[in-house]
Design a protein around this ligand. Structure first.
Ligand SMILES: [Zn+2]
Length: 511
């Protein structure tokens, strides 16, 4: 079977065919592209005695060591660590490729040179958004850009876009995957899209102006920001009757957030609204989407592209792949990338459903799908939650509880020290904007009850705010990403201590 089938029939192949073709494609990609042009992987393969031809089936993949975020971070000896993962072509190797010789004969040397430029010269970058570490840039060549367009076009297709729709893209204008995938995806799919650049570029007012003028059918953006914009639109009495879908990315989306967005959309005149979420990360250079499902039905899962990359779900402790339908950590290997490449990239993201190859019951596409809730370890890597009043708190769970509590609109968790004294006890202050006219006493009581039951944490205070005050607290229009968790505890020496309990919670081998 030709690996081209993976692309031409990407949405209708059974598991056995996918696995066989992916193994073929992986072997060729390692042999022809990675090993000749990546000093890092060439050395790794040599050290471990591996060869590209040793990867006969996907079961062989487990012999390839993982690459993790920590491997990409700069060190004092290597201040540009991620460059080790860039494919740098070697003219001598390229000139010996049979395809090169054939092309030179048919189209001339200039055509060959242009082809190599397109394949290997980096022309675009997106980067990670970590606040705790330096952002890590990932480079794209023209070849990658074509794949970004293809992946973007498929996101639009899976999300159920129609060419006659009008889309409003509110992702922040930044070197981030979400913005660029939306831009290239929409132009490739061929649908009208206005990109506002998000709150930092045009403010909430700018988004509302576009909402009034364009009357979009679909809103695209990060959940917290889209929530603020819709909330303010409702406050100002803006009508947007044809709004039918919200597509979210950049953060995970608790179920409660879907309900809140739907209620707000109906308040501004939408007849019905479905919320579709996407999942992607810088290192994959692509994102995947759910297809729309009827309200109150479980998510259809992220529809993967078997030709562009392969996703494994592994046991976070042993690193061994788990059977289909079992929870674990998401690991990604590109199959056609140039520029920066990280095979077997450990995302640190845990999915509680796992991987399935069953045809999607909603759209019928037969593609590998990731289903269940995703918890991002980065959500609790950035703060030292073990120190909240001596109790270890899982921020993923805290976030779900707060988003799922009825009557809670936007919220923010603030950590501080009593009297701002570094030696005094931790305090947890919960800032809440009410979604409706519920009494403050009743909601305070409910929040205490839920947080104690699910997270074993008791807020010292619950403070209520207007929508405007909450926008100020979260830094809407000021920060690239809204602040839902702020740590105002004074640091004794400027570098917060890393506590082993957190590493344990992350199940990170590398940490
Ligand atoms: Zn589907």
């Amino acid at each position: 079977m030709s690996t081209k089938l993976l692309t031409t029939n990407w949405q209708r192949l059974p598991e056995a065919a996918v696995r066989e073709l992916q193994a073929d494609k992986l072997r060729r990609w390692l042999r022809d592209t990675v090993l000749p042009f990546s000093a890092h992987y060439r050395e790794l393969f040599r050290r471990l005695g591996l060869t590209a031809d040793g990867f006969r089936s996907l079961d062989d993949l487990r012999r390839l060591p993982f690459t993790s975020k920590a491997d990409l971070l700069n060190t004092p000896d290597n201040p540009a660590k991620v460059r080790d993962f860039l494919l740098v072509p070697d003219r001598n190797v390229l000139s010996r490729r049979p395809s090169t010789i054939l092309r030179a004969l048919l189209h001339g040397k200039e055509s060959v040179a242009a082809g190599f430029e397109a394949e290997f010269r980096p022309i675009l970058l997106t980067s990670t958004t970590g606040r705790s570490a330096d952002p890590v840039p990932f480079l794209y060549t023209n070849h990658d850009l074509a794949n970004l367009q293809l992946a973007g076009e498929r996101v639009f297709g899976v999300c159920g876009a129609r060419r006659e729709d009008k889309l409003l893209n509110m992702f922040p204008y930044a070197p981030h995957l979400a913005f660029w995938l939306t831009h290239y995806g929409s132009t490739s799919f061929g649908v009208f899209t206005a990109s506002t650049g998000g709150g930092k570029v045009m403010g909430t007012e700018g988004q509302l102006r576009f909402l009034r003028k364009i009357r979009p059918d679909v809103l695209i953006g990060m959940p917290t920001f889209v929530y603020h914009v819709l909330h303010q639109a409702a406050e100002e009495g803006i009508r947007c009757e044809n709004l039918r879908r919200v597509v979210l990315g950049g953060e995970k989306v608790p179920d409660g957030m879907r309900v809140k967005l739907r209620n707000l959309a109906i308040e501004i005149g939408a007849h019905e609204l479905d919320v579709v979420t996407t999942y992607g990360f810088t290192e994959a250079k692509m994102a995947w989407a759910e297809c729309p499902v009827p309200v109150d039905e479980p998510s259809s899962g992220y529809h993967l592209y078997p030709d562009l990359g392969l996703v494994e779900v592994v046991d976070p402790k042993t690193g061994e792949p788990v059977p289909n339908g079992q929870p674990g950590e998401i690991v990604f290997t590109p199959l056609d990338a140039r520029g920066t490449v990280v095979p077997r990239y450990r995302t640190g993201d845990y999915i509680d459903g796992g991987l399935t190859y069953e045809a999607c019951p909603h759209c019928g596409r037969q593609v590998p799908r990731l289903f269940g809730k995703i918890s991002r370890s980065s959500a609790f890597k950035e703060v030292h939650l073990d120190k909240i009043k001596g109790t270890l708190v899982d921020f993923n769970e805290l976030e779900h509880v707060l988003d799922d509590t009825p009557h809670v609109g936007a919220w923010q968790v603030e950590l501080r020290k009593r009297h701002d004294d570094p030696l005094d006890v931790d305090e947890l202050v919960l800032h809440v904007q009410k979604a409706d006219a519920v009494s403050s006493e009743a909601l305070t009581h409910e929040l205490h009850h839920r947080l104690a039951a699910h997270c074993e944490v008791h807020p010292n205070r619950v403070l209520f705010h207007s929508a405007e005050e909450m926008r100020g607290l979260q830094g809407v229009g000021v920060e690239l990403k809204e602040q839902k968790l702020v740590d105002h505890r004074p640091k004794s020496n400027g570098t917060p201590a890393v506590v082993p309990a957190v590493n344990h919670l992350l199940h990170k081998e590398a940490a």
